[in-house]
Design a binder for this molecule. Structure first.
Ligand code: HEC
Length: 253
Protein backbone atom coordinates (compact mmCIF):
# COMPACT_ATOMS: atom_id res chain seq x y z
CA UNK A 1 0.00 0.00 0.00
CA UNK A 2 1.00 3.60 0.34
CA UNK A 3 4.24 4.23 2.16
CA UNK A 4 3.61 7.80 3.03
CA UNK A 5 2.19 8.59 6.52
CA UNK A 6 0.81 11.85 7.88
CA UNK A 7 3.29 11.54 10.77
CA UNK A 8 6.15 12.12 8.32
CA UNK A 9 4.98 15.64 7.53
CA UNK A 10 6.86 18.63 8.93
CA UNK A 11 5.81 20.04 12.30
CA UNK A 12 4.16 23.14 10.79
CA UNK A 13 2.02 21.11 8.39
CA UNK A 14 1.02 18.72 11.18
CA UNK A 15 -0.02 21.62 13.41
CA UNK A 16 -2.04 23.15 10.58
CA UNK A 17 -3.72 19.88 9.63
CA UNK A 18 -4.53 19.06 13.25
CA UNK A 19 -6.18 22.41 13.78
CA UNK A 20 -8.22 21.96 10.60
CA UNK A 21 -9.33 18.46 11.59
CA UNK A 22 -10.35 19.81 15.01
CA UNK A 23 -12.36 22.53 13.29
CA UNK A 24 -14.14 19.90 11.18
CA UNK A 25 -14.87 17.74 14.23
CA UNK A 26 -16.15 20.82 16.06
CA UNK A 27 -18.36 21.49 13.04
CA UNK A 28 -19.80 17.99 13.30
CA UNK A 29 -20.61 18.52 16.97
CA UNK A 30 -22.16 21.92 16.29
CA UNK A 31 -24.29 20.56 13.49
CA UNK A 32 -25.69 17.75 15.61
CA UNK A 33 -26.60 20.26 18.31
CA UNK A 34 -28.16 22.51 15.68
CA UNK A 35 -30.08 19.55 14.26
CA UNK A 36 -31.78 18.88 17.58
CA UNK A 37 -32.57 22.55 18.17
CA UNK A 38 -33.85 23.09 14.66
CA UNK A 39 -36.09 20.04 14.54
CA UNK A 40 -37.15 19.28 18.09
CA UNK A 41 -40.46 21.10 17.94
CA UNK A 42 -41.29 20.27 14.37
CA UNK A 43 -44.01 17.83 15.45
CA UNK A 44 -45.59 20.34 17.87
CA UNK A 45 -44.54 18.14 20.80
CA UNK A 46 -41.66 18.91 23.11
CA UNK A 47 -38.33 17.13 22.78
CA UNK A 48 -36.63 15.43 19.86
CA UNK A 49 -38.28 12.31 18.51
CA UNK A 50 -38.61 10.44 15.24
CA UNK A 51 -41.87 12.31 14.65
CA UNK A 52 -39.89 15.53 14.33
CA UNK A 53 -37.95 14.07 11.44
CA UNK A 54 -41.11 12.58 9.92
CA UNK A 55 -42.85 15.94 10.30
CA UNK A 56 -40.04 17.81 8.58
CA UNK A 57 -39.53 15.54 5.59
CA UNK A 58 -42.91 13.90 5.19
CA UNK A 59 -45.45 15.84 7.25
CA UNK A 60 -47.84 14.47 9.87
CA UNK A 61 -51.60 14.44 9.91
CA UNK A 62 -53.32 12.91 12.89
CA UNK A 63 -56.82 13.25 14.30
CA UNK A 64 -57.24 14.06 17.98
CA UNK A 65 -57.74 10.71 19.76
CA UNK A 66 -60.77 12.11 21.63
CA UNK A 67 -62.45 12.91 18.37
CA UNK A 68 -61.67 9.53 16.85
CA UNK A 69 -63.13 7.78 19.90
CA UNK A 70 -66.27 9.91 19.96
CA UNK A 71 -66.83 9.51 16.23
CA UNK A 72 -66.62 5.75 16.39
CA UNK A 73 -69.39 5.80 19.01
CA UNK A 74 -67.28 5.41 22.16
CA UNK A 75 -68.51 5.21 24.88
CA UNK A 76 -71.87 3.70 24.00
CA UNK A 77 -73.37 5.22 27.14
CA UNK A 78 -72.84 8.81 25.96
CA UNK A 79 -76.01 10.57 24.72
CA UNK A 80 -76.11 12.05 21.20
CA UNK A 81 -76.50 15.64 22.36
CA UNK A 82 -73.53 15.47 24.68
CA UNK A 83 -71.45 13.67 22.05
CA UNK A 84 -72.21 16.50 19.62
CA UNK A 85 -71.28 19.13 22.20
CA UNK A 86 -67.91 17.47 22.67
CA UNK A 87 -67.34 17.08 18.92
CA UNK A 88 -68.18 20.75 18.29
CA UNK A 89 -65.81 21.73 21.09
CA UNK A 90 -62.97 19.66 19.60
CA UNK A 91 -63.62 21.01 16.08
CA UNK A 92 -63.46 24.63 17.25
CA UNK A 93 -60.43 26.72 18.06
CA UNK A 94 -61.28 27.45 21.69
CA UNK A 95 -60.33 24.07 23.10
CA UNK A 96 -58.40 25.47 26.05
CA UNK A 97 -60.69 28.45 26.68
CA UNK A 98 -64.00 26.54 26.62
CA UNK A 99 -62.81 23.42 28.44
CA UNK A 100 -64.10 24.58 31.83
CA UNK A 101 -66.00 27.69 30.76
CA UNK A 102 -68.56 28.66 33.40
CA UNK A 103 -70.83 30.18 30.74
CA UNK A 104 -71.48 26.74 29.28
CA UNK A 105 -72.86 25.37 32.55
CA UNK A 106 -73.59 21.64 32.30
CA UNK A 107 -72.50 21.72 28.66
CA UNK A 108 -68.92 22.62 29.58
CA UNK A 109 -66.67 19.81 28.30
CA UNK A 110 -65.20 19.36 31.78
CA UNK A 111 -68.67 18.52 33.14
CA UNK A 112 -69.46 16.02 30.38
CA UNK A 113 -66.09 14.31 30.69
CA UNK A 114 -66.55 14.23 34.44
CA UNK A 115 -69.91 12.50 34.32
CA UNK A 116 -69.46 10.35 31.20
CA UNK A 117 -65.78 9.33 31.17
CA UNK A 118 -64.12 9.47 34.58
CA UNK A 119 -65.74 6.29 35.88
CA UNK A 120 -63.17 4.59 33.63
CA UNK A 121 -60.67 7.29 32.57
CA UNK A 122 -59.19 8.38 35.89
CA UNK A 123 -56.21 7.13 37.83
CA UNK A 124 -58.27 5.35 40.47
CA UNK A 125 -61.24 4.30 38.36
CA UNK A 126 -62.78 0.96 39.23
CA UNK A 127 -64.16 0.33 35.72
CA UNK A 128 -62.48 0.26 32.32
CA UNK A 129 -59.88 -2.50 32.80
CA UNK A 130 -57.12 -0.06 33.77
CA UNK A 131 -57.59 2.37 30.86
CA UNK A 132 -57.65 5.08 33.53
CA UNK A 133 -53.93 4.80 34.15
CA UNK A 134 -53.04 4.64 30.45
CA UNK A 135 -55.37 7.35 29.26
CA UNK A 136 -56.63 9.48 32.15
CA UNK A 137 -58.97 12.39 31.35
CA UNK A 138 -59.29 13.91 34.79
CA UNK A 139 -57.19 17.08 34.44
CA UNK A 140 -56.82 19.43 31.51
CA UNK A 141 -53.15 18.51 31.16
CA UNK A 142 -54.28 14.96 30.44
CA UNK A 143 -57.23 15.92 28.24
CA UNK A 144 -55.04 18.32 26.25
CA UNK A 145 -52.82 15.49 25.03
CA UNK A 146 -55.84 13.77 23.45
CA UNK A 147 -57.75 16.84 22.29
CA UNK A 148 -55.66 18.34 19.51
CA UNK A 149 -55.35 17.17 15.95
CA UNK A 150 -51.94 17.60 14.44
CA UNK A 151 -51.11 18.87 11.02
CA UNK A 152 -47.41 19.35 10.34
CA UNK A 153 -46.55 20.31 6.78
CA UNK A 154 -43.31 18.99 5.34
CA UNK A 155 -40.61 21.48 4.45
CA UNK A 156 -41.28 23.35 1.23
CA UNK A 157 -39.68 21.75 -1.84
CA UNK A 158 -37.65 24.81 -2.85
CA UNK A 159 -36.17 25.04 0.63
CA UNK A 160 -35.38 21.35 0.55
CA UNK A 161 -33.54 21.79 -2.75
CA UNK A 162 -31.61 24.82 -1.51
CA UNK A 163 -30.68 22.99 1.65
CA UNK A 164 -29.70 19.88 -0.32
CA UNK A 165 -27.35 21.89 -2.49
CA UNK A 166 -25.42 23.34 0.43
CA UNK A 167 -25.50 20.12 2.44
CA UNK A 168 -24.39 17.78 -0.34
CA UNK A 169 -21.51 20.03 -1.36
CA UNK A 170 -20.42 20.78 2.20
CA UNK A 171 -20.88 17.35 3.72
CA UNK A 172 -19.53 15.65 0.59
CA UNK A 173 -16.35 17.73 0.56
CA UNK A 174 -15.84 17.30 4.29
CA UNK A 175 -16.20 13.52 3.98
CA UNK A 176 -13.84 13.40 1.02
CA UNK A 177 -11.13 15.23 2.97
CA UNK A 178 -11.45 13.01 6.02
CA UNK A 179 -11.27 9.85 3.90
CA UNK A 180 -8.23 11.24 2.06
CA UNK A 181 -6.41 12.01 5.32
CA UNK A 182 -7.26 8.65 6.89
CA UNK A 183 -5.77 6.79 3.93
CA UNK A 184 -2.35 8.05 4.98
CA UNK A 185 -2.45 6.55 8.45
CA UNK A 186 -0.87 3.38 9.86
CA UNK A 187 -4.20 1.87 10.94
CA UNK A 188 -5.41 -1.41 9.41
CA UNK A 189 -6.59 -0.99 5.82
CA UNK A 190 -9.79 -2.87 6.69
CA UNK A 191 -10.74 -0.41 9.39
CA UNK A 192 -10.11 2.56 7.12
CA UNK A 193 -12.05 0.77 4.37
CA UNK A 194 -15.03 0.13 6.63
CA UNK A 195 -15.13 3.72 7.89
CA UNK A 196 -14.72 5.17 4.39
CA UNK A 197 -17.56 3.02 3.10
CA UNK A 198 -19.70 4.04 6.09
CA UNK A 199 -18.92 7.67 5.50
CA UNK A 200 -19.75 7.61 1.78
CA UNK A 201 -22.74 5.28 1.83
CA UNK A 202 -24.15 6.81 5.03
CA UNK A 203 -24.18 10.25 3.47
CA UNK A 204 -25.64 9.02 0.21
CA UNK A 205 -28.45 7.12 1.92
CA UNK A 206 -29.16 10.07 4.26
CA UNK A 207 -29.46 12.60 1.46
CA UNK A 208 -31.45 10.26 -0.81
CA UNK A 209 -33.81 9.75 2.15
CA UNK A 210 -34.62 13.47 2.20
CA UNK A 211 -36.48 13.06 -1.09
CA UNK A 212 -37.68 9.48 -0.83
CA UNK A 213 -39.30 9.98 2.57
CA UNK A 214 -41.49 12.71 1.15
CA UNK A 215 -43.54 10.00 -0.50
CA UNK A 216 -43.10 7.30 2.13
CA UNK A 217 -42.82 8.17 5.81
CA UNK A 218 -41.21 4.80 6.62
CA UNK A 219 -38.14 5.86 4.67
CA UNK A 220 -37.12 8.49 7.24
CA UNK A 221 -35.08 5.66 8.74
CA UNK A 222 -32.72 6.33 5.81
CA UNK A 223 -32.17 9.86 7.10
CA UNK A 224 -31.73 8.88 10.70
CA UNK A 225 -29.74 5.68 10.08
CA UNK A 226 -27.65 6.99 7.18
CA UNK A 227 -26.97 10.21 9.05
CA UNK A 228 -25.84 8.41 12.19
CA UNK A 229 -23.52 6.07 10.26
CA UNK A 230 -22.11 9.05 8.37
CA UNK A 231 -21.54 11.11 11.50
CA UNK A 232 -19.83 8.31 13.44
CA UNK A 233 -17.63 7.27 10.50
CA UNK A 234 -16.56 10.84 9.84
CA UNK A 235 -15.71 11.46 13.48
CA UNK A 236 -13.65 8.26 13.72
CA UNK A 237 -11.79 8.99 10.47
CA UNK A 238 -10.93 12.43 11.84
CA UNK A 239 -9.72 11.00 15.14
CA UNK A 240 -7.53 8.41 13.38
CA UNK A 241 -6.00 11.17 11.23
CA UNK A 242 -5.30 13.20 14.37
CA UNK A 243 -3.68 10.20 16.05
CA UNK A 244 -1.44 9.61 13.04
CA UNK A 245 -0.37 13.24 12.99
CA UNK A 246 1.00 13.00 16.54
CA UNK A 247 2.20 9.42 16.90
CA UNK A 248 5.97 9.07 16.48
CA UNK A 249 6.83 8.67 12.79
CA UNK A 250 7.77 5.17 11.72
CA UNK A 251 10.56 5.15 9.22
CA UNK A 252 9.49 2.97 6.36
CA UNK A 253 11.88 1.62 3.91
C1 HEC B 1 -67.00 1.97 30.75
C2 HEC B 1 -65.68 2.51 30.74
C3 HEC B 1 -65.38 3.68 29.80
C4 HEC B 1 -66.04 4.87 29.72
C5 HEC B 1 -67.25 5.36 30.49
C6 HEC B 1 -65.31 5.65 28.73
N1 HEC B 1 -64.26 4.92 28.23
FE1 HEC B 1 -62.92 5.53 26.84
N2 HEC B 1 -62.05 3.71 26.84
C7 HEC B 1 -62.41 2.67 27.69
C8 HEC B 1 -61.59 1.51 27.36
C9 HEC B 1 -61.67 0.15 28.05
C10 HEC B 1 -60.74 1.91 26.31
C11 HEC B 1 -59.68 1.06 25.60
C12 HEC B 1 -60.26 0.04 24.67
C13 HEC B 1 -61.04 0.69 23.56
O1 HEC B 1 -60.46 1.44 22.79
O2 HEC B 1 -62.24 0.46 23.52
C14 HEC B 1 -61.05 3.30 26.02
C15 HEC B 1 -60.41 4.03 25.07
C16 HEC B 1 -60.60 5.40 24.89
C17 HEC B 1 -59.79 6.21 24.02
C18 HEC B 1 -58.61 5.74 23.23
C19 HEC B 1 -58.77 5.88 21.75
C20 HEC B 1 -59.71 4.89 21.15
O3 HEC B 1 -60.43 5.29 20.24
O4 HEC B 1 -59.73 3.74 21.60
C21 HEC B 1 -60.27 7.48 24.13
C22 HEC B 1 -59.75 8.72 23.44
C23 HEC B 1 -61.39 7.44 25.04
N3 HEC B 1 -61.54 6.16 25.49
C24 HEC B 1 -62.17 8.54 25.37
C25 HEC B 1 -63.28 8.46 26.19
C26 HEC B 1 -64.15 9.58 26.45
C27 HEC B 1 -63.96 10.99 25.89
C28 HEC B 1 -65.12 9.15 27.28
C29 HEC B 1 -66.28 9.93 27.84
C30 HEC B 1 -67.07 10.71 26.92
C31 HEC B 1 -64.86 7.76 27.54
N4 HEC B 1 -63.74 7.36 26.86
C32 HEC B 1 -65.63 6.95 28.36
C33 HEC B 1 -63.36 2.70 28.65
C34 HEC B 1 -64.27 3.70 28.87
Amino acid sequence: MLDFRLSQLSLGVRIGLSALVLVLLGGLLASSAHLVEHHENRDEREGMSLDDVVGHYHGIQTQAPLRVALERGHPETLGDTQRQVLLDWLAGDRISEDYDSLDLGDDAPVEILDSACLSCHSANASEGDGIGSILPLEYFDEVKKQAFSREVSPVNEQILLASMHTHSLGMGTLSLLLVALAIFTRFPARLIGLLSAGCGLGLMVDLAGWFLSRANADLVFMIVGGGAVWMISCALLGLLALAELWLPARRTG
